[in-house]
Write a protein that binds this ligand. Structure first.
Ligand code: HEM
Length: 465
């Protein structure tokens, strides 16, 4: 079956969706003999529920995942069992800390005020088309680095500086999708020869190390100088992690893997959702009007200044906007795939027999596009489907809407990303009108993160010029 996949590689996510639709949601892929590419692909909610939640202990990510994602080392994405539990407990404790929410709010607003708004105003003045995807990637890179490393690389500045680490995330996500469809021996050969996607991955690895390692000893020095690691005034994730992982023998490398995984988690997912969101509302002007009305009435914007600060509490009042973001995530979940590999043989609810160590790919992109799950209008962008009859957000189970994963490994940054996205969207919609450049071609990229292949070229105009 590999030739068909290679032939459709440039539109792999849609091709997989079409095949899964034909097969009732689960498909057994057979690769060439000896290539170790056989796998079971599924987007069936009952299978997702079984694998991610009900029978979770039987389904670690497995050794194949770890080999493919070696660039993330011992970070949370690559870990299973005790190591994963340690990461999960530590990260949740830090991200649920009351002070973290204040730091988040301050960091995001600071980036909007001193990065996003000045850069957009400058680009409008120059009259050029703007690649919104690039702007959002720089935005989330800076804000995530500030939150995770306590350091803002200021990639979202007027001159849009080239920062190797910032670009390395996109190259990594593309190379990792290639590793999914090439036999291991082939991508290992490419790695050894230093060619093709593996060459880019090696460069990305170098860029990550050069960027992250220098951020680690700075705080270590502070500690040896007697500075308290976490005092009441300055809460930071970095100091929290340093304190938690202090005793580990390889603590510098472990910190590198921990921090890189978090930046990876925060940068591409949030920027990708924002990009698809603005494309979807540019194609659905009525939705844009409703969002604008909601912001103006619920946040009383007309009585206050247009460019005022929105806080996290206010963003929770924006129910329709929340629905529009969920609808974006249903159609374009940034994390396209999830891996599992059972320790013991099992039978899935769909009836498929799964020998132990089978490679299972959960195709999260396809779950949101199945007619039997979401109805005849499943390909339409309808924020209304998320609004309950009482006017609140309608809850959908995570196995039906797995954009943030499901079960014990559900995304830790879900709340945080909604706050960040709503603050950005509210600011942009209030201040600018977004129009996609005519003839700009839009399609998902061949990457494990569903970015836009050619970026999102738009023209912005000031709403109240
Ligand atoms: C729209 C935004 C986001 C989406 C759609 C999203 C989606 C996901 C998905 C699908 C996973 C499972 C990945 C896997 O196991 O392979 C995940 C895990 C995770 N996410 Fe997010 N994420 C988002 C934002 C964030 C942010 C902003 C952070 C924080 C920096 C974050 C932190 C994490 C962490 C730490 C995990 C690992 C959880 C675990 O394995 O126990 N995410 N996310």
């Amino acid at each position: 079956m590999l030739p068909a996949v290679l032939q459709n590689f440039s539109q792999l996510h849609d091709y997989a969706t079409a095949v899964l639709n034909e097969c009732g949601g689960t498909f057994e892929f057979k690769g060439p003999r000896f290539a170790n590419l056989d796998m079971v692909c599924t987007c069936d909610p009952s299978n997702i529920h079984h694998i991610m939640s009900k029978n979770f202990p039987n389904y670690p990510k497995g050794p194949e995942f770890r080999k493919m994602f070696d660039i993330l080392g011992d970070g949370i994405f690559n870990s299973d069992s005790e190591l994963w539990e340690l990461h999960r407990k530590t990260t949740m404790a830090l991200m649920n800390h009351a002070k973290f929410h204040k730091v988040l709010e301050r960091t995001v607003w600071d980036k909007i005020e001193n990065g996003l708004l000045p850069v957009l105003d400058y680009l409008i003045q120059k009259g050029n088309a703007i690649d919104l995807q690039e702007i959002f990637q720089r935005f989330t890179f800076d804000s995530t680095c500030k939150l995770v490393l306590d350091y803002d690389p200021c990639s979202l500045s007027i001159d849009l500086p080239y920062i190797p680490c910032e670009k390395a995330f996109t190259d990594t996500a593309k190379a990792l999708l290639h590793r999914h469809i090439l036999p291991e021996s082939l991508w290992k050969l490419e790695k050894w020869l230093g060619i093709a996607q593996e060459k880019k991955l090696a460069k990305a690895w170098e860029a990550f190390d050069q960027f992250i390692y220098p951020c680690i000893p700075l705080v270590k020095d502070q500690e040896s100088n007697g500075t308290k690691l976490q005092d009441d005034v300055d809460f930071s994730l970095l100091t929290g992690f340093l304190k938690a992982y202090k005793g580990k023998s390889d603590s510098r490398d472990f910190m590198r893997d921990t921090l890189l995984s978090l930046i990876f988690a925060g940068r591409d997912t949030t920027s990708t959702t924002l990009t698809w969101f603005f494309w979807l509302i540019a194609s659905n002007p009525l939705v844009e009007i409703k969002i604008l009305e909601e912001i103006e009435t619920k946040l009383h914007v007309k009585e206050t200044k247009q460019d005022r600060f929105f806080n996290a509490e206010e963003s929770r009042k924006l129910v329709y906007l929340h629905g529009a973001l969920c609808e974006t995530l249903r159609l374009y979940p940034p994390v396209a795939l999830e891996h599992k590999s059972p320790i013991r043989p099992d039978i899935l609810p769909s009836g498929h027999h799964i020998p132990k160590n089978t490679r299972i790919i959960l195709v999260l992109y396809s779950t949101g596009r199945m007619e039997r799950i979401w109805g005849k209008d499943c390909l339409e962008f309808k924020p209304e489907r998320w609004i309950s009859e009482h006017g609140g957000i309608k809850h959908e189970p995570s196995f039906k809407f797995p954009a943030f994963n499901a079960g014990p490994r559900t995304c830790i940054g879900k709340e945080m990303s909604f706050v960040q996205m709503k603050m950005v969207v509210a600011t942009i919609i209030l201040n600018y009108h977004v129009q996609v450049v005519e003839s700009h071609s839009v399609s998902p990229s061949d990457s494990i993160i569903i970015q836009m292949k050619h970026g999102l070229k738009v023209r912005l105009s000031k709403r109240h010029a």
